[in-house]
Design a protein around this ligand. Structure first.
Ligand code: PRP
Length: 185
């Protein structure tokens, strides 16, 4: 049944959100999206790999129809800090001309990935572009990226769980926690 927060408690310096807290917040965001997109067919574009959990939970919490597509973008190396390098590793399969695009992200850290992505997608002539992100770090405020549907503001610490990894692990953790520095130092 996945990795529970208690299973990796020793690797975490704090638990930020439990599975049920995240679930409740995602349900609220889905209700907003239901209202805002009533009568339309949004295209949810998930940014691999981290957004898989938000996408799975958010899309199933919606009561309106939606379509889904995926992009893979490289912004981090395998370590804990943003590298500043953004490139498209996998593009969408769908044309977004005239579509209501909702980018689905797990986390906005520096905001570099999203600023790049929004500029890139705007040039493809969608009807609209908005962003839904599970979490946002304080640093992101400097990038002025508008996240219309935000789960939680979090501190700047290195966090894992709910799609977010450290060196590929902890993505399947049911909740979000701060990784203890001893694990990565
Ligand atoms: C993470 C996250 C966002 C991005 C945010 O992806 O999923 O896409 O970093 O960081 P930024 O705001 O500083 O640009 P990552 O490159 O770690 O890939 P992953 O989703 O496969 O873990």
């Amino acid at each position: 049944m996945g990795v529970n927060l208690d299973d990796v408690r020793g690797d975490l310096s704090a638990v930020l959100f439990t599975e049920s807290q995240i679930e409740a917040r995602i349900a609220e965001l889905a209700a907003e999206i239901d209202r805002d997109y009533a009568g339309r067919l949004p295209l949810l574009v998930g940014i691999l790999n981290g957004a898989v959990m938000v996408m799975a939970d958010l899309s199933r919490a919606l009561t309106i129809h939606c379509e889904m597509d995926w992009m893979a973008i490289s912004s981090y190396g395998s370590g804990v800090a943003s590298s500043g390098v953004v490139r498209i590793l996998k593009d969408m399969n769908t044309s977004i001309v005239g579509r209501d695009v909702l980018i689905v992200e797990d986390i906005v850290d520096t905001g570099l990935t999203l600023s790049y992505l929004i500029d890139n997608l705007k040039s493809r002539n969608p009807a609209s572009i908005e962003v839904c992100a599970g979490f946002r770090k304080p640093e992101a405020l400097r990038s002025h990226v508008d996240v219309k549907y935000l789960g939680f503001e979090i501190p700047g610490d290195f966090v894992v769980g709910y799609g977010l990894d450290y060196a590929g692990r902890y993505r399947n953790l049911r909740g979000l926690g701060i990784l203890a520095p001893a694990v990565y130092s």
